[in-house]
Design a protein around this ligand. Structure first.
Ligand code: B16
Ligand code: MG
Length: 212
């Protein structure tokens, strides 16, 4: 029986893909490193430092650990600048309706995101304080596909993993949900979920939850 749904943030609640792309691209261009949308797709659900390692695969020179931290910080400064432009209109279609339906039916809702910028993003899109629990990049040591972020969300809610379902747009997130022992719903580009839907607009989430 599903008693809680834990949502990934980037790509499920709001599309910050383009902001990540622009920020990585600016940093990569400044460093003379090739970067394109295909590489950006590989960064979905992956932590900031692991994303940097993927970006640096195209670099012609080695960077010290100190330099890597500076590059990640520079990218994050550009990213933070871009997400100040997010508004509630950037919440993806269908999301608000699905969340309201779950709330009305007594299902707990939580965030399970790798992003350390989760609090800023939730505030920008007007969902600050809206979820029953928020587990994000600030309270974990291992990022997806490690299950930690979802396990912690379940603990915050006080609900056993077997009674939770996660919603993800990244394969690494689906793997994390499975390793957490939770049910999984794959949306957008994610594969391998127990359930799948193109997006939350065309998904009978309440039906999945009540049957699951
Ligand atoms: P930050 P999610 C992930 O969020 C993004 O998909 C991924 O592209 C990003 O690198 C990661 O957060 C870390 O983000 O640099 O803001 O800490 O999909 O798990 O909500
Ligand atoms: Mg995501």
């Amino acid at each position: 029986m599903i008693k809680a749904v834990i949502f990934d943030l980037d790509g499920v609640i709001v599309s910050t893909d383009d902001c990540h792309f622009k920020a990585w691209k600016k940093m990569a261009d400044e460093e003379g490193i090739y970067f394109d949308r295909e590489i950006n797709n590989r960064l979905r659900g992956v932590s900031r430092m692991e994303s940097l390692e993927i970006v640096l695969e195209k670099s012609e020179r080695e960077y010290s650990e100190e330099e890597k931290l500076q590059l990640a910080e520079r990218k994050n400064d550009y990213y933070k600048q871009l997400i100040t432009e997010l508004t509630p209109d950037d919440i993806l279609p269908g999301v608000k309706d699905r969340l309201e339906e779950l709330k009305k039916n007594g299902i707990k809702i939580a965030i399970g995101s790798s992003s350390k910028n989760t609090p800023i993003i939730l505030k920008q899109i007007g969902l600050d304080g809206y979820f029953d629990a928020v587990s994000d990049g600030n309270n974990i040591t291992n990022s997806k596909p490690d299950p930690e972020v979802f396990v912690k969300a379940g603990q915050m809610l006080g609900i056993d993993s077997e009674n939770c379902m996660i919603v993800e747009d990244a394969d690494a997130g689906i793997e994390a949900g499975k390793r957490a022992g939770m049910r999984t719903l794959a949306v957008q580009n994610a594969h391998g979920g127990d359930y799948s839907a193109e997006n939350l607009l065309n998904c009978d989430l309440l039906k999945i939850v009540s049957e699951g």
